[in-house]
Design a protein around this ligand. Sequence first.
Ligand code: CU
Length: 624
Amino acid sequence: MPGVLLPYIYAAFSQTHMLWDYACTRVNSHAAISLAYASTIKWKEVTTLDFPPNLWRVGIITGLLKPFLQILWWFSLIGLSSQTRSHYKFVVREAQYTRLCSTKSILTVNGKFPGPTIKVHRGKTIFVNVYNKGNYNITIHWHGVKQPRNAWTDGPAYITQCPIQPGMKFRQKLVFFYEEGTIWWHAHSDWSRATVHGVINVYPTKNTPYPFPKPHADIPIIFGEWWTNDVNEVLRQSVETGAAPNISDALTVNGQPGDLYPCSMPETFKLNVEQGRTYHLRVVNAAMNLILFFSVSQHKLTVVGADGMFTRPLTRDFICISPGQTMDVLLHANQEPNHYYLAARAYSSGLGIGFDNTTTTARVEYSANYTPPSSLSLPYLPNFNDTRAAFDFITSLRGLPERCPNPVPTTITTQIVTTVSVNTLPCPKGRTCRGPNGTILAASMNNISFQTPNTDILKAYYYHINGVFKTGFPRFPPFMFNFTADLLPITLNIPKQGTKVNVLNYGASVEIVFQGTNIAAGIDHPMHLHGFSFHVVGYGLGNFNRSKDPMNFNLVDPPYLNTVIVPVNGWAAIRFVASNPGVWFMHCHLERHQVWGMETVFIVKNGKASNETLPPPPPDMPPC
Ligand SMILES: [Cu+2]
């Protein structure tokens, strides 16, 4: 937009603002369009706004003003930084991408990697038409969208739906509830989510300010992992051999590995900033198997939100974020104009476990007159195995009770303590297995390695189809031992395999303690729950002590998350009220652990009132 016009357009816009508010109350069209203006214009955010053709009938607008406003309208559509919509079209299809000097076909949404950004206001309902024009079965999950009474379009394959087959489509309803800040969407079948993912910007409701000064602009920072080989081939090999999947070849920021990798420098993601301004980084860890540390050279980072809920500000030199987690992070461009690295690399706590130890970078580049250095220095990042650094960061995060709709439950009606373990299974006769000591790697919760059924559990529950799942997931570990001892025989607990679910009464106050174990490999586990956020009331290293540890629970301002990092050889405790009837997946968000069975399902029964009941499925549920 020509800069010279801006003051005039802004002035005209301010004068007609009342008119636009009036227009908002008259809306009744399908194409809701919302405007928010960033870049160089200091316009306030205007919320969901239909453009009504009969606006022109309002008497104040003269014939002269009308064409001017029309021009204004079209200009306003250019360069919008946040444009919310009520309908999206996602076409899942293959596209050629070149990274690390080699080209391959990847699965994408609309040909984009990372995929398109969804922009929405708190509390809205939107629709995404998902067309599968790829070669694989696929599902899409809206990670952090609570979907009240709407499990049908939540997305995990064989949990709430059968996959969308090639050539088919599924209209998915996204019911936003109290989420605000940043969440994301991703494929939830096989390993497709490596490239099929994107960010969801959730803006506050109209006239509700952010609990921090409104930043100058939104910047997505989506971390990912890149394999030079086909990711589903990596998965297939691992399942076939029983060994850990091959580690990735690069980490990425917004799809780009960055300067430190071959053939990557020109495309490195660049964040152009102006001195004195504050930028809202919408951070997603979309990596498959890696918790990450990240930081920006010579800048502090302030976390103001996590998993779609604002938090008390937490200012640190570096951030630790697990797969499945999202964060709203403020970057104040308050240093000398120059170029600086944003860098991320793994936090990997498992002894002897291979991982991608490379470093991805993006560049923060100040706009001003200066000569940037020919090479940049990397920011400080903790060592790969620095559990203390990760634990300190994770446990420092505090919720913002004044913004959180649900108080922390203080009376618990359903208590669950569950181990989260990496295990091994014996190699079947006649097969060669490449897990530890010739076994097959597995994972479990309370010694049950979850087996994914081939009909979805939600349908089986709703239509009373027998033989798909069993109830009776154990509420306590079936064997008690020193879970976090240094040396535990890997044969200590050979898990049972099964599809056991937890049934919860509507309105139950639930506490879950996740207890990490050191069986085959102690490591951090980011546990994710669909359909809810939960208060993380406590964390600890070592074994959970049922008589002592609850006395130190934070019932005042715990963070309200959907993914909790269970520290290596430690525990984490969460609380939530089961007020969302339906079928909800809970799983480790390290993809390999999910493949190995570190998951379970919660069935939340209907309540008594009609608004406490799961409605029937939409008509176009994908068939199995
Ligand atoms: Cu895990």
